[in-house]
Design a protein. Structure first.
Length: 202
């Protein structure tokens, strides 16, 4: 039976898969890192390579977050250890070994990982994202607040509490990766999705 260290290595490698970059290469399209915001996530891929590629990137990034958690759950790991696996998958996306330890912002991968780990908490974070995005069209703001929501919900539900610390680590990483967006938000210069600009979040 795989141990936690082996499963964290697996999670990091799976999380490291640069979905948008490899999809673009497979389709003979420009590397998303060379256009728009330069981010490898679904938002920038959608803006620069088309909505279909953006959706495929979103799905792929979410799946690569979910797979390690589902494998670890099948191995019988408790929630606290499952949450470590989930967090490491996100760290793989943020610092991919395939991209010289560069990567995206971790939103979609975190979504997939925590949907597999704690569907209730992840679902509430998604609801927060959806409401904020509908009101503002700001992917970055919606992502930041949704990321911050996740550990709060997990810490508030007794059976999910063992995973709250890992969720907090992921939230800090996601928010830190949005530091340039935060600066633009404070200056009221952040582009709104669908109205030009980049504003990539994932």
């Amino acid at each position: 039976m795989p141990t936690l260290p082996a499963l964290t290595v697996f999670a990091y490698l799976v999380g490291s898969i640069p979905t948008g970059v490899w999809l673009a290469r497979w389709k003979g399209l420009p590397d998303p890192r060379t256009a728009g915001s330069g981010n490898i996530g679904a938002t920038n891929v959608a803006r620069t390579l088309g909505k279909r590629m953006g959706v495929l990137t979103l799905i792929g990034d979410a799946i690569k977050g979910a797979i390690p958690v589902l494998v670890a759950r099948a191995c019988g790991l408790p929630l606290a250890q499952l949450s470590v696996v989930a967090a490491v998958a996100v760290l793989g996306h943020v610092g991919s070994i395939f991209l010289r330890f560069q990567g995206g912002k971790g939103v979609a991968t975190g979504l997939g990982a925590f949907l597999a780990l704690a569907p209730l908490a992840a679902g509430m974070a998604v609801a927060v994202f959806a409401v904020l995005f509908a009101l503002t069209r700001l992917v970055s703001l919606s992502s930041i607040v949704a990321a911050a929501t996740l550990p709060v919900v997990m810490g508030s539900v007794a059976e999910l509490r063992p995973g709250a610390l890992a969720a907090a680590v992921v939230a800090v990483v996601v928010i830190a990766k949005h530091r340039a967006n935060i600066g633009r938000l404070l200056r009221a210069e952040e582009p709104r999705f669908g109205r030009g600009g980049n504003g990539a979040a994932a």
